[in-house]
Design a protein around this ligand. Structure first.
Ligand code: ADP
Ligand code: MG
Length: 727
């Protein structure tokens, strides 16, 4: 029987009640779950301090000495027990507010104890409240008073055998694990130190059941990794800081390696299973457009990515490519030109956008670009109904429609194509993997897929979240754009903000003002927006002010957006509904209220709504005066750079990948137990290379050395929902 699959209930110290708590609060149901519930930090208990060394600002410390007397102080709620504790170099107070009876019963005067806790100062005296106390072992009794440093004692300990080690008090064990626990757990007494007792019991159990190695020996040797058994033991109970580092490296490598192996194997399977439609020619429409209709010279970056896409589409393999390009870098045009390649090769193209406004905007842009070319572009969204809808559906089946632009509506089952050859998904972070896969089923041979995003994703995140996609990058903006000037202002600067607005309005420019609306139902936020709208209308009586938010009917919203686009309104007060894609080149000022409430990539998207014409544009980030350190840093990043990739990297550093927009919706939000995508980029690269070399050197999966890998991968896929989602 696999010891890791054993119910946690039967582990010494658990029982049915705690088992329920562990399952509900931490999702721990088996011994294996507990094994991979790693400590979040370690407390150094290898050192015993002299009391004379201690001050009230130190983190956790341990001291060794004796209790000289007990004293009961205070009445009612301030009642407490004080033990006067000394070690020959000084004295401190140990204090209990609860558990007074227990302390009096269990601790004696004139006995030597090791005391562990966080020192603080009260009435000029150093104290430790609710200390952890253990009886000092004999070797320590004299030692503790003469030496402060116990590293020499550690050396002695390492000569002890395992069973002797087990009986030693925690104080001798060096780095001690701290485990995250929930409020509910703490209330039931399942604290970090009781978790430590459970993991200690687990290792006693595991001593009789050595765990099988989870990586082949050749990979362990090649990367100088610690064995699995050693690593899991040292991650919970490090024998030294050095050993802890090795254990962390091994477990991070393993975690990232299996994610990459999963992705790369899926990519290989996909290539074997599906052949791609071959688009062999560059035809008449593409050439006609390129030579006669293109209103401007393509940027070099645009040319390069069109070539990369074209190479994919004639390779005989199904394309799955991610096109990253900052806001305003001209992705729409790229989408159109590759759609023309599909059309010239007898196929249809479908372009998906996340919102109705964007879909309509794409439709108009494409029609404008195409002019009188014989290409039929139609729109399909939730609001296209009745006869219009029937006509579109018919046109798709007959093949009369060459390009379909739409929202989610296009993936509905009753939308059938004649010959769908290319799917372009714009602003992909709103589409999950499952939705992408659904599009493939719309043709007997799956269409080529191009995913476009203006939310730059840091390399490490892309390798995990979109590791199954090839990547093209537009790293160049069309010429003649002036970088947007970004400033940070406080609420109190309102008059200066109005000054800037007046100036730009008098030059004929337009202005966006954005209010946060995290959930479109939050009443408070709605009030902010309404109040802001009133205030602006009053402050700018000579200009027309419009208002949009997500709770409006789509038709009203679109009408309001259209009025702004037509320059019928001058100032648009809105929520983040304008975040993606909207294109009004005459708008030159973006004011973001309560900027502290937006994520960095969201701020970047919003800022990208201006600076789309030739004029100097401005972005004003408004916050209240008191903001935290992280917020200040985030705002500063926006002021300092307009480079979306730089911003994404900083975002990852400041917030951690779990919070990054897009990771939730992607359907592949990996729940990393130990690796950190912001910090472990180097390990990730090595792990991906190692996984790639397994796939390429053993394509048939027949090398017995790799058996352990495939077995482990199957296990992981079974236990991790997100891993299953990839296929
Ligand atoms: P995004 O990549 O954010 O989707 P768009 O495709 O909306 O960017 O392009 C932004 C603007 O730049 C559009 O007005 C588009 O017509 C224009 N544009 C695209 N490519 C070029 C180019 N090579 N030269 C000049 N302007 C361009
Ligand atoms: Mg776009």
């Amino acid at each position: 029987m696999n010891i890791l699959a054993q119910d946690i209930k039967y582990l010494q110290g658990v029982g049915p009640q705690r088992a329920t708590l562990l399952a509900n609060e931490l999702g721990i149901t088996t011994v294996g779950d507990l094994l991979s519930y790693y400590p979040y930090k370690y407390i150094d208990r290898s050192r015993i301090y002299r009391i004379s060394e201690i001050d009230g600002n130190m983190p956790y410390v341990q001291v060794c000495g004796q209790i000289f007397s007990f004293e009961s102080v205070g009445e009612g709620r301030s009642k407490r027990l004080i033990a006067h504790f000394a070690d020959g170099t000084g004295s401190i107070d140990l204090v209990w507010f609860q558990g007074i009876k227990y302390a009096l019963k269990n601790y004696d005067c004139r006995k030597s104890y090791i005391v562990f806790g966080k020192p603080s100062v009260f009435n000029g005296k150093i104290q430790i409240a609710h200390p952890e106390i253990e009886i000092a072992p004999d070797q320590l009794k004299s030692q503790a008073r003469t030496t402060g440093n116990l590293f020499e004692e550690q050396q002695i300990n390492s000569n002890l055998n395992d069973s002797e080690l087990d009986t030693l008090p925690t104080a001798f064990k060096g780095l001690c694990p701290s485990y995250n626990t929930s409020e509910k757990m703490k209330k039931s007494g399942l604290t970090s130190s009781s978790m430590a007792k459970l993991t200690a019991n687990m290792f006693k159990l595991l001593k009789q059941h050595p765990l099988p190695e989870t990586l082949p020996p050749y990979i362990i040797a090649q990367h100088h990794l610690m064995s699995f058994n050693e690593a899991v033991r040292n991650i919970h109970y490090p024998s030294s800081p050095e050993a802890l580092r090795h254990a962390q490296l091994r477990l991070k490598f393993e975690e990232l390696f299996y994610i990459q192996l999963n992705i790369l194997r899926y990519v290989k399977d996909r290539q074997l299973r599906y052949r791609g439609i071959v688009f062999s020619t560059i035809g008449k429409n593409f050439n006609d457009f390129f030579y006669n209709h293109l209103p401007f010279e393509l940027t070099n970056a645009q040319k390069r990515v069109i070539k990369e896409i074209r190479t994919d589409m004639k390779s005989g393999r199904q394309m799955n490519r991610l096109l990253q390009g900052d806001v305003g870098s001209g992705k729409t045009l790229v989408a159109l030109m590759v759609a023309l390649i599909a059309i010239d090769n007898g196929h249809q193209a479908c372009i998906m956008a996340p919102t109705e406004i964007l879909a309509e905007q794409h439709l108009n842009t494409l029609r404008q670009f195409l002019g009188n070319l014989p290409i039929r572009v139609e729109l399909l969204t939730g609001t296209v109904k009745g006869k219009k809808r029937t006509a579109v559906l018919e046109g798709l089946v007959t093949g009369d429609i060459h390009i379909l632009v739409g929202t989610h509506a296009v993936i509905e089952d009753n939308v059938l194509f004649n010959k769908l050859g290319l799917v372009v998904i714009d602003e992909q972070h709103r589409f999950g993997v499952a939705q992408r896969a659904k599009l493939w089923m719309k043709n007997s041979v799956p269409p080529h897929v191009l995913v476009m995003t203006a939310t730059p994703i840091p390399r490490t995140l892309a390798m995990t979240l979109y590791g199954d996609l090839d990547v093209s990058i537009i790293d160049e903006l069309p010429p003649g754009r002036k970088p947007i000037r970004t400033v940070h202002m406080f609420d109190a600067h309102r008059p200066r903000i109005y000054e800037l607005m007046n100036l730009e309005l008098s030059l004929g420019r337009q202005i966006y003002i954005v209010f946060p609306l995290i959930k479109e139902t939050e009443k408070m936020d709605m009030k902010d927006l309404e109040a802001g709208f009133e205030e602006i209308s009053k402050a700018f009586p000579n200009y027309k002010v419009g208002k949009v938010h997500g709770k409006m009917k789509p038709a009203d919203k679109d009408a309001e957006m259209q009025r702004f686009a037509n320059h019928e309104t001058h100032i648009l007060v809105s929520t983040t509904v304008i975040e993606v894609g909207v294109n009004v080149p005459n708008a030159s000022v973006m004011i973001i209220e309560n900027a502290e409430r937006f994520g960095l990539s969201q701020l970047h998207q919003l800022r990208g709504r201006v600076g789309r014409g030739a004029d100097q544009s401005y972005c004003v980030l408004v916050t209240k005066y008191e903001i935290g350190e992280t917020t200040r840093k985030r705002v500063q990043v926006m002021v300092d750079t307009t480079d979306g990739f730089e911003i994404a990297e900083q975002d990852l550093k400041l917030r951690g990948p779990g919070d990054l927009e897009g990771t939730q919706q992607s359907g592949m939000a990996f729940d990393l137990k130990i690796a950190n995508l912001a910090r472990d980029g180097q390990i990730l690269t090595i792990a991906r290379d190692a996984a790639q070399s397994v796939i390429s050197s053993d394509p048939e999966e027949s090398n017995p050395q790799n058996d352990v890998l495939w077995r482990r991968l199957r296990e992981l896929r079974k236990s991790n929902i997100n891993w299953g989602a990839i296929s």
